[in-house]
Design a binder for this molecule. Sequence first.
Ligand SMILES: *Cc1c(COP(=O)(O)O)cnc(C)c1O
Length: 431
Amino acid sequence: MKLYNTKDKSESVSFKEALFRGIGSKSGLYMPVDIPLLQKSFFENIKEKTFQEICFEISNLLLKDEIPESSLQNIISNAINFDAPLVNLNDKIKVLELFHGPTLAFKDFGARFMAESFAHFIQNQNLETTILVATSGDTGSAVANAFYKKPGIKVILLYPAGKVSKIQEMQFATLGQNISALEISGTFDDCQSLVKKSFGDKEIARRINLSSANSINIARLIPQTFYYFRAYQQLANKSEPFIFCVPSGNLGNLTAGLISQKMGLPVHKFISAVNSNSVFSDYISTGDFNPRSSISTLSNAMDVGNPNNFERITEIFNSSHEEIKSNIESISISDKETIEVIKKVYDEFDYLIDPHGAVGFSAMQKFSQLYGHTKILLETAHPAKFGNVIKSAIGKNAELPESLKTSLTGKKQTVNLSGNFKELKEFLLQN
Ligand SMILES: *Cc1c(COP(=O)(O)O)cnc(C)c1O
């Protein structure tokens, strides 16, 4: 697979290079030069395939020139060892549950595929790699869990102090071993910009083999296409038009959906649901992209003021706002609506959604012109990760899955840093 840099079209890299570098020169993102179409027969026979077979065929189409089939089979079977079931709330509204991985959020798909790809390329090499990642909550736990105890890899997580949920924090900050958690006084955007600065620093580059695990890494987006096809496979009636509703922050999940569409998935439209951080929904309605500081909300994993993958979306649509707008609807949902809709869905369908899914559900209801379509909501995290919000919405707690109970018993091991780049740099060079 050949990829180019969005900020410097002359830079061309392989998948392996894009995986290890994470981000291109001038902070550009890597995008595939070609997004190949899946064959008609893939769709005709999709009913008979297992989820892992679907994952394999998609990733093999993209990566066959770089990863031998048997290794790719291995990567898939280690990384995607959990399902993405489609649950019918009614005839027209379906929920794609993306929280059946070990850290109970969709980020397990990307993080695990990426970790296994790293492991594939560095096996038998004496190459120590440091993964630097900023997290608004779920990325941290998914990445930490996926790389935990993987030889040759160190993970350094930056997260905004006091702005992730207790459970999220416990999932990544108690592991120790090759995982360091840095608690930064600042916002998620501050963490993200510290990561970007580190990649641009010459001295760091000379002394450390740095890589990134944020959704800027293309290796996270590829596996996120898998479940869009898995959703399609589970649709009973494939001839009716269907749309996906994607709770969005950094827009990685949405970008993966758009790539799936380019690969031939017959999706009619996307709804990108955002919380009060409305940079993207404002762009859709006005055509102006104005990044700003993020605001804290109940759907904290979507508190992003400068969505990284926006650049990839404009690449897919040749920077045409008209084209983007005709394919993607977007709307901003308040915390108040988020709480209300958790209760409404619980009362009406006896189904508990998390605050991120609730932003999506609320957004879905706002587009009455899409009334006749089958709507698939991506449920991006398990509700039990957000206990307080659930409690205030429905008056009782969500049941904790077993895996969560164990992470809550660990001891927090973090390093506190200010948002000052010099401090982070010192830490990186010393550790
Ligand atoms: C990360 C995250 C999102 C936002 O996904 P993006 O790809 O950044 O748009 C939504 N919901 C949950 C639960 C998340 O962890």
